[in-house]
Design a binder for this molecule. Sequence first.
Ligand SMILES: [Zn+2]
Length: 666
Amino acid sequence: MDLKLLPRPRRLDMRGGTFPAGGSGEIRFGSNAGALPGIVTREWREETGGQLSAKQVEGGEYFFSMGEEGPRPQVADSDPEAYCLEVRTCELAASANTYRGLLYAWQTLKQLLRHGAEEIPCLKIDDWPDLPWRVYHLDMKATRRRLSNLHDILPRLSELKVNAVLAEYEDYIQLERHPEFAVPGALSKDEIRPWIKAAADYGIAVIPLVQTLGHWQYILGRPEYAHLQEKPGDTTSGCPSQPGTWTLASDFLDEMMELHPDAPFIHVGLDEVFHLGACKLCRDALKGRSPDHLFTDWLDRICARVLDRGFTPMAWGDMVKLLDKDMGKRLNREAVYSDWGYTHDGGDHTSVRLHYKDHVSRQWLLRPEGRPPGVTPLYFTPDSGIFEDLPEDERSRMRPLLDTDGYPGKLKMGYPLAWIKQLGLKRAIVTGIRVSYHGCIAPLFFHGQMNTRAGAEGCREHGARVLIGSSWARGHSFARINAHPELDWYGIATLGDSGWAPLGEDEMRDFDARFAFQFFGLEDGHIGDLYYLFERSGPRAHDVMDDYTGYIEDECGTMLPKVKRNMELFRLFAEIAGLQALRFRCQKALLEMEYFYEAWSRVPEQFKAGMLARIGDVETEIDRLMPRLAELYKSTLIDADAEELAASQLRFWKDNMLAMKDRLWG
Ligand SMILES: [Zn+2]
């Protein structure tokens, strides 16, 4: 039997025979089962239609069983999330080391049920995760999810064995000490506490992310806090030398730590902290030392606050790469530094980021002999630099970090990660599930997936224990909203799968089949083709537009009746495909006007009338779609964000099209 399990178990032994599990019956739980009996009976009913009665039995172990009572399975691994699940013809039983392990035994059993509950194949599964932390980034800076949606995503994350969320509340929380920052409708602590408890029931730790100096636009943009700006007029970074900055940062931290008493990490942000040392107070405090001291001293002070309360601090890693070795050695050793890299989709890098610039090797700008098979895409823009043109000391400093067998054809490791590693600091890898690529209305499904898969490999290779799939609501505070976060599930599934067990680059069709089956109840992995084609649709450098969106819409229509689970998420993707198709029609109308612009007086009137009709059709459809999308988004996002997101996906193109139309037709 071909079992499509997501993630794949580490060890699976098939045995002969089956166990009849369908319908109703009794399930026994050890006394440590916590919330699991409630979860299992509810989900059992949803999956099979049957009623289970849960019975608590004596004994403190983590186990559950059905059928005859036999010997309890022995857990083979000491990992806290390890479990053993055994199905025999007369009995089904699971043991684990912890609550979360037992929960994961149920998640696997649930996936087995979907292959036919009446006849579960006899087998033994020994399972445990490869990476201890598989974290989904829950950014609520712009796509502020409704409380109901925050609850709805928990069972799905749990099934994919994602065991933490990195919750970035920013102004979407009512803090006691600084209520002025909360947006209307922000979550109260009384709403968040039960959610954290529900997350724990699903084996998910909530890691709060608190920005403690940079990305303070929502604070420093207010007139009453403008005096805390490090550089007047710039709202990105606070001034570390002013007591008011510390008051805010420590107050935020204290309240967040109190609200998340069981958090495995407290993320203190500290990415993109620009301009430190710009103000006079800071310059005086430095007494001639480099401005890097402001950053390391501040980081140390913040980390000390977190460590004092018994938590482990975590910080973004991008500022670390800007420090030299002496300064790097001063960084707090207890903190975990999370390094992001979104451009690579395999183990190879083609650029080195230094001085806020991507540097590529001249080697990659040479024309290859003939057509090169599988060349890694090069991210080269007018802003890029040439690696060989960097000063000798910088190159020699980087060479041991970047050099691989393939150099200069390949750079194997992200420079920041290598640097964090060489400094002997604890590290996490951050991949991009939903990243701010200009104008995208959906995540880069394929690229984000390969990036996440590569990130999991990077964790294994470079000893990082934490894999974070980032999902950014906006590029920054003043940018348009990125795609709807409920389109992230393909990426989240990759995070869970590749973080749990190695996922080879050549196994993606197998992944698609498992994802499609478990997530949507579809019999084949064709949805993966559609995600891939969605990303390949778009204008190219030489004005050619690959547009697969019509095909994708048609295929979605064919598949829709076969979808058994998460129907609303499948519909959302189909809707986005339609939206993309409409946006392309709008872009094509613009391209057409550009094409005839110079020769406009010679274009036949009849042809112009056809163009005008097409423009009118697109306009009508956009006017119909935008409010419908806003309504759809409101089921998961707060009203303001739902409306802004829907508008931002179409209005720019519509306005451009109409402005150009007015220009040509007067
Ligand atoms: Zn300052």
